[in-house]
Design a protein around this ligand. Structure first.
Ligand SMILES: [Zn+2]
Ligand SMILES: [Zn+2]
Length: 283
């Protein structure tokens, strides 16, 4: 079967290696049928991000046009060799959808899909937003402890899913708080929130990403866990594969192993997007 990787970054976000063309060439070399270019959407218009080093987290508003036109040109250049999809990974910030949409709506028609992700948490205290998946904020993670971080994370996911103003197609790296291998002590309470979040994903008819980056982190497993993927399968939630590559050598990382695991659970289809329209491919 032909593999498709729907989650990649590149040097335009200021923390990944390689040009967009480097990723496309590597994907062609790996014989992928589809490569999704899905860099981080800008942050600088958001409020309460004083502690977030956003210049290193995402492309800037000014760079959007270059990102899109470069990808569009490369899509044409390599059209006979691979299907290049154009996307953004967008962070949800509560009550800031209006500012986001002012920028997003201008370019949305050029996107094949949107990944909705959460990388920062705001406990509504004087710490403000901080990046719970960024090693530089490990002190904050430890200050709250895993239980609070996991619960706040799923609460934020639920707010994202209930926000009619926040537009998305795919949920990125669903159980990201496990990145550094912190485990909640009250597993049951956290799992209740996982299930609540899954039912909202089902209600909104969204796709969930099986993200292999977790295998390269301390957690040493894909996002989400097998336990969660089994619940997703029972709910008939569609899935898509993403490597979250920040280096061309990470493209389609561990996809063959993951497909084996997914088939063992019962999945035999993966979602696919074109200009925000969803279809499925057999695996
Ligand atoms: Zn990144
Ligand atoms: Zn992400």
């Amino acid at each position: 079967m032909k593999l498709e990787d729907w989650h990649t970054h590149n040097e335009q976000c200021h923390h990944a290696t390689g040009t967009i063309e480097d990723y496309i060439k590597k994907a062609i070399y790996l014989k992928l049928s589809t490569i999704g270019i899905s860099d981080h959407f800008p942050y600088e218009f958001l409020k309460k991000i004083d502690r977030i080093p956003f210049q290193e987290y995402a492309i800037t508003l000014e760079e959007i046009e270059d990102y899109l036109s470069t990808t569009e040109n490369l899509k044409e250049k390599y059209i006979d060799q691979i299907d290049v999809k154009i996307a953004f990974e967008i962070d949800f910030f509560e009550n800031q959808e209006k500012a986001l949409n002012e920028h997003l709506n201008k370019i949305k028609y050029r996107l094949d899909y949107i990944l909705g992700s959460i990388h920062t948490l705001d406990f509504q205290d004087d710490r403000g937003s901080w990046g719970f998946d960024d090693r530089r904020f490990l002190d904050d993670y430890e200050f709250y402890g895993p239980d609070k971080v996991y619960l706040q994370y799923y609460l934020t996911e639920q707010k994202m899913l209930l926000s009619q103003e926040f537009d998305l197609d795919i949920i990125g790296h669903f159980d990201l708080p496990k990145k550094f291998n912190h485990k909640p002590s009250n597993r049951e309470k956290v799992f209740n929130e996982v299930m609540k979040t899954l039912s909202l994903i089902k209600k909104r008819d969204l796709v969930m990403e099986i993200n292999t980056a977790g295998l390269r982190k301390d957690a040493k497993e894909q996002y989400p866990s097998i336990e969660i993927i089994k619940e997703m399968y029972n709910l008939d939630i569609p899935i898509i594969l993403g490597s979250d590559a920040h280096d061309p050598k990470e493209i389609a990382n561990e996809f063959k192993k993951i497909i084996k695991d997914l088939k063992a659970i019962g999945y035999n289809q993966l979602a696919s997007f074109n200009k925000r329209n969803r279809s499925f491919i057999e695996i």
